[in-house]
Design a protein around this ligand. Structure first.
Ligand code: NAD
Length: 457
């Protein structure tokens, strides 16, 4: 979701915030759920075009507050405001998109016999809880909130505890455009998220975040019967074929692994490079990593940095070589250098788990098929990239890789409105695009048949 930027130049010492983050109490959560439930039928009876009009006004308000949202996010997560602005504008566009699509969302009709018609109508599911992460919080929240409210649901949004003020600000900007209790923001950590996820009054739990949390939410929803929509972590491979320019491959690899300090759900997490181009590719990747390290972007916090460094240390313990970076620097903030590792082995955590930091672990493979086999392994199934000049290899890759999105010859990109279904630990359902309207609704079939004419005697 994060728009691609060149290497960041800003440095925010965002670790210095001292005031306690806002937290909603369990009693207030119960009240908020009750209010959302009470408001839902009234909101569902508002004509779709009117709901869309309110959403359009909310989108304009978000756009008008772009700078404020981006600087608040920078102060909380260290993401440079210039890059944060792109996320806010992407979020506002998504709200506009759902304002257009919402009133057009409809089912099909069937004529089963000459006297009867069946029609399928989407209805709101009820109360939606949206649990969102910190790495692109405005864009992600806008997608879920827009699709949920335009289809007639009421929504409780809980932003990440790592950016609660950004989430609250988004709520203050958007919610006045809707009737009371249609869109409310609550704050707190995983315990508050868990409270919402276990409420029997909640109909949909939409979670964008880590796979571990997604599994806990799915378990809670199995008890209440709520629908679960999960967009979770990834361990995306980049596969580099023998026939590509190694300089260009290195540019793509660096962008994929280091943009936003590697904190993008579809960051490049592991690299399989054909032996024919490996030496020149590694040399070029190291040069690019060194360039990124001239303007390091901090990670979200020291906890995340410790997690990233654990992966690097585990790789080194098992025989990987650090070519660039790989150490915790002195100084304030949670900076971690762009890091290049080689001689990586499949069992290393850095290849098996999501690192979510600026680390490019490289494995040299003897041929394309070996790389494709290794890229296809693992528990996650979010996205994968293949750089190749061979149409045959590209076709084989997109047919066989068990992931939601396969990108050929570009680490980032994709048409606006695109949506795919993650596999394995990466989640399930459509978290984006027009299909998200289907996820936020449930279909009723109405069968209408003419009554027989009254008998004449
Ligand atoms: P996280 O799962 O820790 O937190 C996300 C939200 O879930 C937060 O609001 C959090 O408070 C809440 N939460 C935590 N524990 C909970 C529980 N037990 N019950 C209910 N809610 C709970 O994730 P994060 O660290 O904020 O985000 C980073 C992760 O998000 C990475 O794994 C990244 O890949 C993933 N992500 C995925 C996508 C995608 O589209 N697939 C997009 C962005 C980020």
């Amino acid at each position: 979701m994060i728009p691609v930027s060149p290497p960041p130049t800003g440095y925010a010492d965002h670790m210095t915030t001292t005031t306690a983050p806002p937290t909603t109490s369990p009693e207030e959560i119960a009240d908020a759920v009750r209010s959302a439930r009470a408001a839902q039928l009234g909101w569902a009876s508002v004509p779709p075009a009117d709901r869309a009009g309110m959403l359009r006004a909310a989108a304009a308000a978000v756009r008008a507050h772009t700078d404020e949202l981006a600087t608040t996010l920078e102060s909380e997560t260290g993401r440079p405001a210039a890059s944060g602005r792109e996320g806010v504008l992407a979020g506002a566009s998504t709200l506009d998109q759902y304002a257009e699509l919402g009133p057009l969302h409809r089912g099909k009709s069937l004529q089963g016999s000459p006297e009867a018609t069946d029609f399928m109508i989407p209805e709101p599911r009820g109360v939606v809880v949206a649990l969102t992460p910190w790495n692109d919080p405005v864009a992600i929240a806008c997608g879920l909130l827009g699709a949920a409210v335009v289809t007639g649901n009421t929504v409780l949004h809980k932003p990440s505890e790592r950016c609660p003020r950004t989430g609250e600000l988004l709520g203050q900007i958007m919610s006045p455009h809707f009737p009371d209790a249609v869109l409310a923001t609550v704050t707190g950590g995983g315990d508050i998220g868990a409270l919402l996820a276990s409420s029997p009054e909640v109909d949909v739990i939409a979670h964008v975040g880590s796979s571990e949390t997604g599994q806990r939410i799915a378990a809670a929803a199995a008890r209440t019967g709520a629908k679960v929509l999960l967009e979770n972590g990834g361990n995306d491979p980049l596969l580099i074929d023998a026939d590509v320019d190694p300089e260009w491959a290195a540019e793509q690899a660096a962008l994929g692994a280091f943009a936003n300090a590697g904190q993008i759900c579809t960051s490049v997490e592991r690299i399989y490079v054909h032996t024919a181009v490996a030496p020149r590719f590694l040399e070029a990747l190291c040069a690019r990593a060194a360039a990124w390290n001239e303007h390091p972007q901090p990670l979200v916090d020291a906890r995340q940095r410790a997690h990233v460094h654990d992966h690097v240390a585990d790789a080194v313990d098992h025989g990987a070589r650090v070519l660039v970076g790989g150490h915790i620097p002195d100084g304030p903030g949670a900076t971690y250098p762009a890091t290049v590792l080689t001689d990586c082995l499949p069992q290393m955590r850095v290849l098996r788990e999501e690192t979510f930091g600026p680390v490019a672990p490289v494995r040299v493979v003897p041929d394309f098929d070996t790389g494709l086999d290794e890229a296809a392994t693992g528990e996650y199934g979010l996205a994968a990239t293949v750089l190749t000049g061979s149409m045959d290899h590209a076709q084989r890759a997109w047919r066989t890789l068990p992931v939601a999105t396969v990108k050929i010859n570009a680490v980032f990109g994709g048409a606006p409105g695109g949506a795919a279904q993650p596999r394995g630990r990466s989640g399930n359902g459509f978290g984006y695009g027009p299909e998200l309207l289907d996820e936020m609704t449930t279909v009723k079939v109405v069968h209408v048949r003419s009554a027989p004419c009254p008998s004449s005697h």
